[in-house]
Write a protein that binds this ligand. Structure first.
Ligand SMILES: [Zn+2]
Length: 261
C-alpha cells in the first residue's frame, strides 16, 4: 500500500491545480481551448440530431434571457466564448450549457420555468457550470480515477483493495464532488441572474415547480444532484445577498423584459 500512496502523490504533483470562481481547489487536466472544441462539436452534433423549435418566438424568448445573463458576465467571461442559444423541440424540462459557451434549451422547460426569471435561473445555473470549468473537472477526475485503478492493478493490489478503490471513487469522490459542483453552479447562477436584473427569489420557485413535476426521486446520498429541498434551502441562504445585487442592477437600468407570447 505504501507503493500505491507514493504513486498517488506523484500523480497529484503532476497535474495542474486551479481554483473555481468560488475559490475551491480544482484539478483541471485539459486546456480551455480543448474543452471549448469538445463542447462545440457536441453541440453541433446535437443540432444535427435533435430538431430545433420551428416557433421563432420560443427562440427569441430564450435569446432575450440569454442576452441579459451574458451581459452580466464580467468582460473576460463575456468575450471568452462565442455565446450561442438553440431551442430544441423536445418535451424534456431541461437545459444545458457546454464549454465554448453553447447553450441549449429544450422547449419542454417552458412548462416548468414559467417566467423569464425562472428561465434565467436555469440558464445562469448552466452558465455557472461553464464558468467554473465543471466539465473539465469531471473529465479530469475520470481520467485520474482510471489511472489510479490501472496503477493499483500494476502494483498487484488485491481484489478487495481494487473494489474499495472503485467504490471510493464512485461514492466517496465522484458523487459528492458532483453535488459540490451543483451547489457551486447554483451559487454562481443566482448571483449572475441577480446581476442581470432578474428576481433571484424565482430560483426557489423554479425548484418548487421542478419537484412538483419530477415524480419520485432517488435517495439524495446516491444522487448526482442535490434534492430540490436541500437545493432550495441552500438558495434561501444566498437570497439576501442576491436580492441586494438584483436591486442594484435594476437601479442601474437593468430591467429584463423577456416574454413568451
Ligand atoms: Zn447543474
Amino acid at each position: 500500500m505504501r507503493k500505491l500512496s507514493a504513486v498517488c502523490i506523484l500523480l497529484l504533483s503532476l497535474v495542474a491545480c486551479n481554483s473555481s470562481p468560488l475559490d475551491r481547489r480544482q484539478v483541471l487536466l485539459y486546456s480551455d481551448a480543448d474543452m471549448a472544441q469538445q463542447g462545440i462539436s457536441a453541440y453541433r452534433e446535437m443540432q444535427s440530431e435533435i430538431p430545433a423549435t420551428n416557433n421563432s418566438r420560443e427562440l427569441q424568448y430564450a435569446q432575450c434571457v440569454a442576452n441579459y445573463v451574458v451581459s452580466a458576465l464580467d468582460p473576460v467571461d463575456q468575450s471568452r466564448f462565442d455565446w450561442e442559444v438553440t431551442v430544441f423541440d423536445n418535451e424534456q424540462a431541461n437545459a444545458f450549457a457546454l464549454p465554448g459557451g453553447k447553450i441549449g434549451v429544450y422547449n419542454g422547460l417552458y412548462g416548468v420555468a414559467v417566467n423569464q426569471h425562472q428561465l434565467a435561473a436555469v440558464m445562469a445555473h448552466e452558465v455557472g457550470h461553464v464558468l467554473a470549468n465543471h466539465s473539465n473537472e469531471r473529465a479530469s477526475q475520470s481520467a485520474l480515477r482510471n489511472v489510479g485503478v490501472a496503477a493499483a492493478q500494476i502494483l498487484g493490489a488485491s481484489d478487495t483493495t481494487l473494489q474499495v478503490l472503485d467504490v471510493g471513487s464512485r461514492y466517496g469522490i465522484f458523487l459528492p464532488f458532483n453535488r459540490t459542483q451543483e451547489s457551486e453552479a447554483d451559487a454562481i447562477g443566482v448571483a449572475l441572474m441577480a446581476e442581470a436584473g432578474f428576481n433571484p427569489e424565482e430560483s426557489i420557485n423554479l425548484w418548487m415547480n421542478m419537484s412538483a413535476d419530477g415524480g419520485p426521486r432517488p435517495p439524495e446520498l446516491l444522487s448526482t444532484h442535490p434534492s430540490p429541498s436541500s437545493r432550495m434551502a441552500e438558495l434561501r441562504l444566498l437570497m439576501s445577498a442576491a436580492n441586494a445585487l438584483s436591486d442594484s442592477a435594476r437601479s442601474q437600468g437593468r430591467n429584463p423584459d423577456c416574454v413568451l407570447n
